[in-house]
Design a protein around this ligand. Structure first.
Ligand code: SF4
Length: 358
């Protein structure tokens, strides 16, 4: 047992239930669930971060402070394909300068692509970990990720059209809670099947051709609803069918890789442009080809890879005559400012749809 360790991982979208399951069942250690992100989290993060870093750095730093104050003594930080790969080192230094006593497991230091190196990181968390148990738990975690992503996709596509408002949200929230409380694979499957059944029973008033918007963008900002100020919920509440390809299932578990996607977008870009850039260009083209009414591109202020794809998105917009709304988030972004832009975009695409349909 490695119960003496209290491990935490900064909050990312709805995936912390998966991390909790992995730590408790695969590593046989205690997991400290970081408190949900709040304005206070962002303020603490922003106050202690260099000004010029992107918003995910600040939000994650604030969330690490929350986790340490909640009792964690070990933080695990992910690696990344952009400057995210350097973040753990800097965050560790900042937190130690602030006086926190903890151990940082920086996965970037182990990301050689070789399983044995990842296993070294795991061994640091629990030297007596069982390889068989770890492999089994990992497979169960992948299942949980797929279920979370599938239920979330279904939620945002349909919740704006329910006949009795609030039914989708109730099922969705209960599903997320069931994932957080899951103690074994049976609980995971039961929670998933229950949510699927309950979704199917909800009555919808959905037009034959609803407004469809594809949401693309930077990995963290696009998936984390708190960080994008609940953009997808805002769109759904206006009566939009919201699609988002970017999630762990598509981008990590079943990713087709640069080669395949690159071929499909070769007229727009010839080289890999960054951690999520190729996939986002591919998504934008896909939404355009399939007649979506609009695309919304999200990024954190100062996110170089996503700034780089904006001219390419402009080309797709021009070629397929599809409107694109660009949203940039930082720790100062206000809900009111966002709402004004999203409402204007909604008005524009709905008027355009009426004209196009005549
Ligand atoms: S992808 Fe962009 S926003 Fe995300 S960590 Fe990298 S630079 Fe920052």
């Amino acid at each position: 047992m490695a119960r003496e360790r209290k491990i935490s991982f900064p909050m990312v979208a709805n995936y912390n239930s998966v991390v909790k399951y992995f730590v408790e069942h695969g590593l046989n250690a205690a997991f400290i669930m970081p408190p949900k992100l709040t304005r206070r989290t962002v303020e603490i993060g922003a106050k202690n971060s260099p000004d010029y870093v992107c918003a995910p750095f600040k939000t994650l730093l604030g969330n690490m402070v929350d986790a340490l104050e909640a009792g964690a003594d070990t933080l695990v930080m992910t690696m990344g394909l952009c400057r995210l790969g350097y973040y753990a080192e800097l965050q560790e230094q900042i937190l130690k300068d602030l006086g926190y006593d903890f151990e940082m497991i920086n996965l970037a230091a182990y990301s050689t692509g070789k399983n044995r190196d990842y296993f070294k990181a795991v061994r640091r968390l629990n030297p007596r970990v069982s390889l068989g148990r770890l492999a089994l738990t990992f497979a169960e975690c992948l299942k949980m990720v797929e279920h979370i992503d599938e239920i979330e996709e279904e939620y945002y596509r349909n919740c704006g059209f329910e006949r009795h408002p609030g039914q989708y949200k109730k099922v969705y929230d209960r599903f997320l809670l069931n994932m957080e409380l899951a103690r074994n694979v049976r609980d995971i499957e039961a929670g998933y099947l229950k949510a699927k059944r309950e979704f199917q029973a909800i009555l919808l008033d959905k037009p034959e051709q609803p407004l469809r918007v594809g949401v693309i963008g930077e990995y963290f900002t696009v998936m984390d609803e708190f960080s994008n100020l609940y953009l997808e919920q805002k769109l759904a509440d206006m009566g939009v069918e919201v699609h988002r390809w970017m999630n762990l299932t598509h981008r990590n578990i079943h990713y087709q890789g640069q080669k395949n996607l690159g071929v499909q977008i070769s007229e727009y870009c010839r080289y890999e442009m960054g951690p999520t850039s190729t996939a986002n260009i591919w998504c934008a083209k896909n939404y355009a080809v399939h007649g979506f009414d609009g695309i919304i591109h999200l990024k954190s202020a100062g996110c170089t890879p996503e700034i780089d794809i904006m001219p390419v998105l402009q080309n797709i917009s021009r070629d397929y005559k599809i409107p694109v709304l660009y949203l940039t988030y930082d720790s100062q972004t206000s809900d009111t400012g966002l709402m004004t832009r999203v409402e204007a975009f909604y008005d524009m695409i709905s008027m355009r749809k009426q004209v196009v349909q005549i």
